[in-house]
Write a protein that binds this ligand. Sequence first.
Ligand SMILES: [Zn+2]
Length: 376
Amino acid sequence: MPLKHKSIMELFDTSVTVFGAPGRYVQGPGALRLVGDCAATLGSAAVLVIDGVIRDMLAERIRESCAAAGVGLTVLSFSGELGRCTGSQLQAQLGGPVSMVIAAGGGRAIDAGKALSERVGGGLISLPTVASNDAPTSKNFVLYDEEHRLLEVRHLTRNPDFVIVDTAILSKAPRALFRAGLGDALAKKFEADACLKNGGGTMFLASSTRLAHRIAGFCYETLVRHAAAAWSVAGTGAVTEDFDAAVEAMILMAGLGFESGGLSLPHALTRGIPLLPRGATVPHGMQVAWALIVHFETLGLEPPPELVALYRAVGLPLCLEDLGVPPPSSADLAALADATLAVRHAKNMPFELDARTLLNAVLRVETRAATRSPVL
Ligand SMILES: [Zn+2]
């Protein structure tokens, strides 16, 4: 008889604390060479889901590494939108059973690999080639509609077995993607703080562990210390100590921090921002960066000066104009508030957030930016 188990999102509640993590996190220049030996611990037949843009650059190296370890590899390119059919479309291209999925690329290709993994089971290796978000370490993945509006967050039973981060590859990735990853990661401390203070549920619907909360805080400290210097070499191919530290914060610490530490208003706002004119084309991390400024305003707090300095140094958005979003109408703002407040993370605040409070905060952020107040 097949085993029956509850989905991961039915297992826990806030009466317990839960800490989840990938099996092994591997980071360093040239780490890609280890993919075959790591894969061989999971089985002998792998499918590689790889972003079509980097297929020519990396697929052969991954195939050689796997072949040397006795692992056969089927290569599937992924491009386009990540939707409800992505997992089944990738599965239809498989010739036979596989023992693992290797997902390589940015957030979208890694999530496509997770969507396939949800269907075929077995092991999962994530191989991020940019530090644009913290998807690589986590169990969850997101699906979008045709207009790139977030439809659904889905959850695998387990986190990836291996996360392999080759900093030599990441150091050559476009700088704009590094900036977006930084925006996503900087919010984690403040979201984990808000979640813990409010007793909210994490990505396991459980209570936050002290460790995850501390990791989110250390993620922020690490980025404040290293991110500006890392930004100065991002895209050049140089793997400096600052770059290495920033990548670890943006992928490992941010991933552990949000998943077991919880989210709050900034990530809830990522459901609303795509409803603003041109908002759907703004990268996730840039959305989160602006939403963090709104988060502070909603709490009646000024953003910490070191955060504002870092935003200015790397060009993270302090207002909607910085995101390329024109001034929203009141109908746009109402849609933003509705979509945001429907997300459970929006409840992880010290008070019950209503639409008026949220929209007033958004408008104050815009006014401050327009008048170039010293705070922003
Ligand atoms: Zn995020």
